[in-house]
Ligand binder design. Structure first.
Ligand SMILES: [Zn+2]
Length: 251
């Protein structure tokens, strides 16, 4: 059965398919700088294109909604055109989306997250939905850490990656090549990797990406990015996501 993508459908088409839709899938991204390498919609488009491929695999079990294109990016505000939501705004918006979807009879929702800064809010959202609204909600990242282990056999991956780096840019080249600029640059790292890793663990807002982490906004070395690496990453993540969906549907 072919994928069900709300942006590609009319309401009568959705109506005809609703009976076998088990899970609503909502991609979640950001409007955030990605160094000189990829554009502001990197996280949003990556998550959306990934969800469409997931739909190609699993067909009518899931209904894919348009991406939520803003997130928690306070730590990137030193770069122009980055937009951040307040934590409570994002909780409210994602809760409203889940409540609306629930009213149409889809009782399970999976947020697919393309932006690390959103993680702690998604934890709050799924708990709020479950305990305050009785909606069964889940969130998952796109599996960069999963694929890292396999890829580290084939390439040298620095300790600190995950943003406008070789891995994220590879995934863009495979999933959404329109995001990627022709002239790629390595990250201009401001501190040693142990310090930066501590910052990442200790929260998202109390430091500046530009002055504490990377002067040009990138990590790693995007010049090493290839579409082949991106495909490997995506295939690993898609397999993981298919298993997760099966578990969610069986519950
Ligand atoms: Zn990103």
């Amino acid at each position: 059965m072919k994928r069900l993508v709300v942006a590609e459908m009319t309401w009568p088409e959705v109506q005809r398919e609703l009976d076998h839709v088990k899970v609503a899938v909502v991609p979640v991204g950001s409007c955030e700088q990605h160094g000189p390498n990829t554009t502001f919609t990197t996280d949003t488009d990556r998550a959306y294109e990934f969800c469409k491929l997931l739909g190609d695999r699993v067909g009518g079990k899931i209904l894919i909604f348009p991406p939520f294109g803003y997130g928690i990016s306070m730590h990137h505000m030193d770069f122009p055109a980055t937009v951040t939501l307040r934590v409570e705004t994002m909780i409210h918006a994602l809760t409203d989306i889940a409540e609306s979807i629930g009213k149409h009879g889809i009782k399970k929702i999976l947020y697919v997250n393309g932006h690390g800064g959103n993680r702690f809010v998604l934890d709050a959202v799924v708990n709020t939905l479950k305990y305050e609204y009785g909606i069964e909600a889940y969130w998952s990242s796109m599996g960069t850490n999963l694929s890292r282990k396999q890829l580290s056999k084939e390439m040298d991956i620095p300790d600190v990656i995950g943003h406008a780096c070789e891995l994220e840019t590879s995934q863009c080249l495979y999933l959404a090549p329109w995001l990627v600029k022709d002239t790629l640059e390595a990250g201009e790292i401001q501190n040693d990797s142990a310090y930066v890793q501590r910052l990442f663990k200790d929260g998202n807002a109390a430091w500046s990406w530009r002055y504490d982490v990377s002067a040009n906004g990138a990590l790693g070395d995007a010049r090493k990015a290839t579409a082949e690496i991106g495909k490997t990453m995506t295939d690993i993540s898609l397999e993981y996501m298919e298993r997760l969906l099966d578990e969610i549907i069986r519950r």
